[in-house]
Ligand binder design. Structure first.
Ligand code: AMP
Ligand code: GLY
Length: 426
């Protein structure tokens, strides 16, 4: 079978790794890929915005299945394009992907379908938005509509900051969502979805801020772990029953039937679970910790989704391991950074079968592995519990080096502190 994966980050490396692990015979292609993916797949130097060119490649190369990693090609309707040409593509159509690509659509959809979320208003007019902000308590959240690569959300501690955020995001013919600030524990819950059938994955927790103790600017994600030991099975059942399943059903009802990975960013508040956002794809870096916990064959699950027979796909088994990823980033990330720094120690760090290293921004320059992006590597430790997974990840991190490398030292620390507290209070 010939499979094409679209994307070039740690998420796509994890997807390629899992596919190849289950099916060593698979003929795997990845556009554009990265230095690590190149070891297990043929890299295709086509940009993700060039959807027509990607289609031509898939037709010419007789690709049997295309798996879409990031949101950008989804927002450009790549799945619609491939389907119209009679090709199998895993991911939602452009219309279904609006649950991620338009925050205004997502909020209005949740409101009319009774999906719990922060109270909000959508504005196109800055003066109206400012009036609303001035009458609302702080902190308050300002979100630009449309894709903003994680940079479109500002959690504002003052009215002044919120007004500045509105002025910055309301340019031209745009919309801005202003919403209540939710307080609580954040978690990411992804599920395989095929119309009304929803099969959840283990919950994961991302670490979005750049520096230790959740300081510094928001990033694409500096680390993650799964599963979350302090989130109970009943909370996850609540998420499935009150959020994921009703969302999938309502999308079908509204003519936006969703196939692919539906990702709910949730806040466990004192009033219960509420949706912060939906994504229409695998999360990054959540995928790097969730897929190592999947015992079943990923390709079979994806094919079951694409062929609309997920309901009969009973074999989705998760192992009882924990996985923890530490992202190694270029100095300066998430702001400006330099690329092309030689990376050492990756081979030494990955000798243990309890460590998996997924490349994000890497490339080979005359045989030398070098940095080629803001997030460079995700170093994943695996273990029977989170403590062990964390130890193994940081042990491996200590082997790796490149100039100006930075990473968080506290991935999983809050969860482990909570687990200890729960033990003591029990
Ligand atoms: P998003 O791009 O929607 O994932 O938002 C980025 C981050 O901003 C989220 O992971 C949250 O930590 C935070 N955030 C977004 N919306 C809210 C909200 N209504 N209340 C509190 N925090 C939020
Ligand atoms: N980890 C957040 C995301 O994938 O959007």
């Amino acid at each position: 079978m010939r499979v094409l994966v679209l994307g070039g980050g740690g998420r796509e490396h994890a997807i390629c790794w899992k596919l190849k692990r289950d099916h060593p015979e698979l003929e795997l292609f990845c556009a554009p890929g990265n230095g690590g993916i190149g070891a297990i797949a043929t890299l295709v130097p086509v940009k993700l915005t060039e959807t027509q060119q990607l289609l031509e490649f898939a037709v010419k190369q007789k690709i049997d299945l295309t798996i879409v990693g990031p949101e950008l090609p989804l927002s450009l309707g790549i799945v619609d394009l491939f389907q119209a040409a009679g090709l199998k593509a895993f991911g939602p159509t452009r219309l279904a992907a609006e649950i991620e690509t338009s925050k205004a659509f997502a909020k209005d959809f949740m409101a009319r379908c009774g999906i719990p979320t922060a109270s909000y208003q959508v504005f196109t007019d800055a003066a109206e938005a400012i009036k609303y902000i001035e009458a609302s308590p702080t902190p308050i959240v300002v979100k630009a509509d449309g894709l903003a690569a994680g940079k479109g959300v500002v959690v504002c501690s003052s009215h002044q900051q919120a007004i500045a955020a509105v002025k910055a995001s309301l340019v031209g013919d745009t919309k801005v969502v202003i919403e209540e600030c939710l307080v609580g524990e954040e978690l990411s819950l992804m599920a395989f979805v095929d119309g009304e059938t929803v099969i959840p994955m283990p919950a994961a927790q991302d670490h979005k801020r750049a520096f230790d103790q959740d300081q510094g600017p928001n990033t694409g994600g500096m680390g993650a772990y799964a599963p979350i030991p302090h989130i109970s099975g009943s909370v996850l059942k609540q998420a499935l029953d009150t959020i994921l399943v009703p969302t999938a059903k309502a999308l079908v009802k509204e003519g936006r039937s969703f196939t692919g990975v539906l990702y709910a960013g949730l806040m466990l508040t004192e009033q219960g679970l509420k949706v912060i956002e939906f994504n229409a794809r695998f999360g990054d870096p959540e995928t790097q910790v969730v897929l190592p916990c999947l015992d079943s064959d990923l390709l079979s699950i994806i094919l079951a989704c694409v062929e609309h027979r997920l309901a009969s796909c009973t074999e989705v088994d998760w192992n009882h391991n924990s996985a923890l990823a530490v992202v190694l980033a270029s100095g300066g990330y998430p702001n400006e950074y330099e690329a092309g720094k030689p990376i050492s120690g990756v081979a030494e760090a990955s000798v243990s079968s309890s460590v998996q290293i997924f490349h994000a921004g890497t490339a080979y320059d005359r045989g030398q592995l070098v940095t080629a992006g803001g997030r460079v590597l995700a170093v994943v430790g695996l273990g029977s519990d989170l403590t062990l997974a964390q130890q193994r990840a940081y042990q491996a991190v200590s082997e790796i080096n490149f100039q100006n490398m930075h990473y968080r030292h506290d991935i999983g620390a809050r969860a482990l502190a909570k687990t200890v507290r729960n033990h003591i209070s029990n």
